[in-house]
Write a protein that binds this ligand. Sequence first.
Ligand code: MTE
Ligand code: LUZ
Ligand code: MOS
Length: 757
Amino acid sequence: MKNLDSKSHVRGESIYLDDIPLIQETLYACVYDSTVAHGKLKNVDVSEAEKAKGVVKIITAKDLIGENQIGGILPDEPLFADEEVHFQGMPIALVLAETEEQARSAAKKIKTEIELLEIVTDPRVAFAKNDLIVPPKHFKLGDADKAFKTCAYVFEGRADINGQEHLYIETQGAYAVPTEQGGMRVYSSTQGPTAVQRCVSRVTALPMHQIEVDVTRLGGGFGGKEDQANAWAALCAVGTQLTKRPVKYALHRMEDMRMTGKRHPYSADYKIGLNKDLKIAAYEVVFYQNAGASADLSPPVLERTLFHCTNAYFIPNVTATAHSCRTNLPPNTAFRGFGGPQGMFVIESAIAHAAEALNVSASEIQRKNLIGDGDEFPYGQIAESEAITTWTQADAKFDFAKLQKKADEFNAENKFFKKGVALMPICFGISFTKTPMNQARSLVHVYTDGSVAVSTGAVEMGQGVNTKIAQVAARIFSLPIERIKIHTTNTLRIANTSPTAASAAADLNGHATQIACETILQRLKDVAKDLVEAQSADDVSIENGFVFRKGESTDLDWLTLVNECHMQRVSLSEHAHYATQGIHFDWSTAKGHPFAYHVYGTAVVGATVDCLRGIYTVDFVKACHDFGSSMNTSVDYGQIEGGIVQGIGWLTMEEVVYDESGRLRSNALSTYKIPDIYSVPKTIEFIPLETTRESLAIFNSKAVGEPPLMYGIGAYFAIRNAVRAFNSENSPAFDAPFTPERVLMNLYSETVKKMKV
Ligand code: MTE
Ligand code: LUZ
Ligand code: MOS
């Protein structure tokens, strides 16, 4: 079944924040943000701006009625810079004007006096100064120190991986509307309506019950709106509170790119030890996360880097350490994979390093070390592994040896074009690593015309969660999908939500919906029992709009039954709660069972490098992917394709560039290249692996939102192998993304060295 939104998307009828009809008297907001990455804020002069045409009010830190604080995990992020500025793009003032143009032109008239302080953009420099967001985190399994001593081979190195701009098509924004008794309704493009509600409550000092947050859908979030939608909603809310007028702010693309955080760049030192038989006996890794100027979600992102630092491998002796380093960049934040992909890139780099040094194929080391059923992750959870199955099935279908042979033959025949092939197994844990977040609620109403309305805490952002939730209700009630309507995500209907994140939204909210629907269904059956003269409600079933007694059809239809219930004063509504069972984690020991299950897969990736120009194509990504039992193959396949392309983009062409002054140089689509239709691999092919285990997601499916992105890491190593096929002397630094510029430098590394550039 297709995504329910596909028709309205194609027709341009889907509603996003900017499509909400405006209320009279709406004001437009524009932020004045810091042009300095670090300094003492001596003075803010708004006098010229205040006189500008159409300006109604200019707000700074001192005007706030509530707290000047939006830090969700740590209170280290003022809404408005007060005494100091910490990054370029940090809001200093908010202009409210009658039109958008007036707000923007007035903002340009604001002047500030800032005394420059030292600017740090490199996480290792921040680490050397001991400027950490939180104390370091550690994982330990076995005894790596001891194990290294008996290893046949030990390799040490460094891997760096850059950030990634979310580039959701819909930029950040919010629209706050005053309601009676000083309350307000806030429309927000957020993955976390409750986070917005809490944040608005904090800066306005209004109780949460006075604040309604409503989300129809997002034009993409990818983690960028898990936490960082809060600021814009808070700004609009403060504007509404102080002017008693509706306030709207939809960021321009360049504002969004400049003012919001991105995927965290990481630098890491690794040490990998192998035995003669190529079994990895020990792994030691230290991560330096570039957190940006405040915590935002950096601590849990850091933790997930540790959780995934051994990817799909079993390594008996692991010591992993992670530092969250404070720099003068916009606070970095959640991005599809949430730190996991960075951890995986480093272990893959260590394996490639060992393979190149030992002159064996990396795939040999990868294959020999895949995690098996019953093996222990460094955090104590025992694997229910499909890693070897996905590898074996992918190999059976796609024939890795043949793909490699074809590349070798091509390379023997071609001087200036080279092909590379790489394997990329993935293993991604599903559940918020903070156990209490794994809960959701659903509100289901059956109306007397037989139609069904569902509200949950899940936010639709293109990933198809509404379609899956509608499928749940349709399946339980045995109704056509058209009879189900999924409504906006609204904090009055569903309270205290976790953000739509961690790939868990369809599962958590789907399960809550299942429970609500089953509860109503049971009431319907109880009423039907007497009407069809069945002995027990268990003999009654509802199928395709009719009541069945002991499997035999009756004349009683859905509509009549629903109305009969209503006449008998039996409730046709239910609000249900779901919490994932069996998960726990204890940071004092860094052990537990944090994930309900893991998603596995193995991809083989092929690339061709043009060795005169340094440009390349990713030719194919072929994978065996573990779906559990997919709820919706059309939606899930879309997630796989999109994830793969987004992953390839991160590892290859997307380059976030900040200069030494902390200024974003890649601040527009002209300077930040994302994959277009021409950079999509010609072949994306996968075989769905159906797996069954206990404790999978809704209807025995497995989450699909984030894991496929990590297949993209294979593109980096495929390109690397092609570069080495041309220049076998060179071992390129593990420094992603592998932009055409970097590829070219590495193709001619000897020449480059001689040129002393
Ligand atoms: N797909 C689309 N089209 N747009 C998005 O913003 N976000 C991704 C993924 N797929 C995203 C997407 C991220 S980061 C997550 S965590 C999941 O969707 C969240 O949705 P789910 O929990 O319903 O899978
Ligand atoms: N968000 C979060 C996430 O708060 N906790 C997580 O564990 C997580 N994992 C993936 C993506 N977002
Ligand atoms: Mo996704 S990074 O969990 O929003």
